[in-house]
Design a protein around this ligand. Structure first.
Ligand code: FAD
Ligand code: A2P
Length: 404
């Protein structure tokens, strides 16, 4: 009896490794199945997260960046284990086929320069002009500033509708160089002198009151106070959102408030300035309609030029002003461009029905909801749903907005 008891116990013990092995196999099989189902390599995720627990392996990265220690999230770099999936990149040989694609479909504006000069290695331009863009009695300070761009290697080239970065001289409160601020370029690619080597901006000095003190914006104040001959660090050009269509018979609706007129000035010069027209092979044949919002008549930027274009090209240019502190809307409030949009809703939507019509919006961020509301009402009057139409226009590259 004692003999057989021992035998049973030993026999039972002998089965333990077999049972462990059996469970191990089941578990492994299960994990593999899960990996196939989810596409995640659950096994390697465990492996990678395991070393992160000791934290030690992750620490070597920490000394490099003082901020890194604060990034305990970094060890969670389980994103790395995902890399094993990369071996699956043998799909790469498929790329040669992809390289054949570009010849088929060249994106519009693919040749437009972007980031020729990065903020870390900016171009140094020289101020040639800096004058007030306002008339007597206007509110605030808005300057038209031109920079000489010649001598760049590579050359600093841009097209209408792009922006550039300005790095104000000096340092911020932490003793670091000021971060760049973006400004819409207000000149055409040929520049105000038509020589193709300058860039102009239209800058409003930011000023506001805080705790009884007047605060001046860093970069806008720096720009507005520059003198001819001053050297300025410029990055860019940037942006493809506000580019003009290439078709000469496009229709261009422009909605601008304040310095949002900058890209529109470039478009209008390209379309209607005689020397510009001589310079290029692009002859605008469509309809352009500018809606401009300003607080006072004296604040209407480039107004004389636009009036002149309108008188020369009455068939091609319409110019509608919303002068908020001199005119009233139907409700007795300040006249904003969205009120003008509503007044002309029918004509605007007739234009929008034409696939050759593009809409450009630039200036105060605050105007976007107002414009949306006006377009919603105007669209509804035509039995259209603006919430549906706007994304379609955007997708078609016909709705262009840059607000700040
Ligand atoms: P900052 O010193 O940077 O001060 C701005 C900060 O002040 C704000 O972030 C906010 O925190 C605070 N502030 C601002 N107003 C108030 C207030 N009323 N009360 C309390 N706090 C306030 N500007 C132009 O003049 N012309 C252009 O053509 C132009 N184009 C632009 C294009 C793009 C794509 C973008 C993104 C911006 C553009 N801007 C343009 C705006 C420009 O980039 C700067 O933001 C602007 O000049 C202010 O910069 P600043 O350095 O003078 O102000
Ligand atoms: P206001 O300031 O009288 O309320 P500027 O940049 O030269 O000040 O011009 C901006 C113009 O845009 C002003 O006429 C200003 O009117 C107007 N404006 C201000 N807020 C809005 C808004 N939410 N929608 C449309 N226009 C606006």
């Amino acid at each position: 009896m004692a003999y057989s008891e021992t035998k049973v116990v030993l026999g039972g013990l002998a089965h333990i490794p077999i049972i462990i092995g059996f469970f191990y196999l089941i578990r492994r099989q299960y994990s593999f199945g899960a990996m196939l189902r989810t596409g995640n390599n659950a096994l390697s995720e465990k492996v990678s997260s395991a070393p992160s627990k000791p934290a030690a392996p992750a620490k070597p990265a920490a000394p490099a960046k003082p901020a890194a220690p604060a990034k305990p999230a970094a060890p969670a770099k389980p994103a790395a284990p995902a890399k094993p999936a990369a071996p699956a990149k043998p799909a790469a040989p498929a790329k040669p086929a992809a390289t054949a694609k570009p010849a088929a479909a060249k994106k519009p504006h693919s040749e437009v320069p972007v980031n020729t000069y990065k903020p870390k290695a900016p171009f140094t331009g020289t101020v040639t002009e800096n004058y007030s863009a306002l008339k007597e009695g206007a509110i605030g300070k808005v300057q038209h500033i031109t920079f000489d761009l010649s001598g760049g290697d590579p050359e600093f080239k841009y097209v209408e509708g792009q922006s550039c970065g300005i790095l104000a001289a000096g340092e911020d409160a932490k003793g670091k160089p000021h971060r760049p601020r973006l400004y819409s370029i207000a000149s055409t690619r040929y520049g105000d002198n038509f020589a193709g080597n300058t860039l102009s901006l239209c800058v409003r000095q930011l000023q506001y009151e805080k705790d009884g003190e007047t605060i001046n914006g860093v970069c806008s104040t720096y720009l507005c106070n520059l003198s001819p001959g001053d050297k300025v660090k410029i990055s860019g050009p940037v942006g493809k959102e506000m580019l003009l269509p290439e078709e000469e018979d496009s229709n261009i609706i422009m909605l601008a408030t304040g310095t949002g007129i900058a890209p529109m000035r470039a478009y209008l010069r390209r379309m209607f300035e005689p020397t510009e027209i001589e310079k290029h092979n692009w002859k605008f044949k469509g309809k352009a309609w500018l809606f401009m919002g300003a607080p006072k008549t004296a604040n209407l930027l480039y107004n004389d030029d636009f009036e002149h274009y309108k008188s020369k090209f009455p068939e091609n240019l319409r110019y509608t002003k919303a002068i908020s502190r001199e005119q009233q809307n139907t409700k007795g409030g300040r006249m904003y461009i969205q009120d003008r949009v509503l007044e002309h809703a029918d004509e605007i939507f007739n234009m929008i029905e034409n696939p050759k019509t593009h809409i450009y919006l630039c200036g105060l961020k605050g105007m976007e909801p107002g414009i949306d509301e006006a377009m919603t009402t105007a669209a509804a009057a035509k039995g259209l749903d603006w919430a549906e139409l706007r994304p379609k226009l955007r997708k078609a590259g016909r709705w262009h907005a840059e607000t700040y």
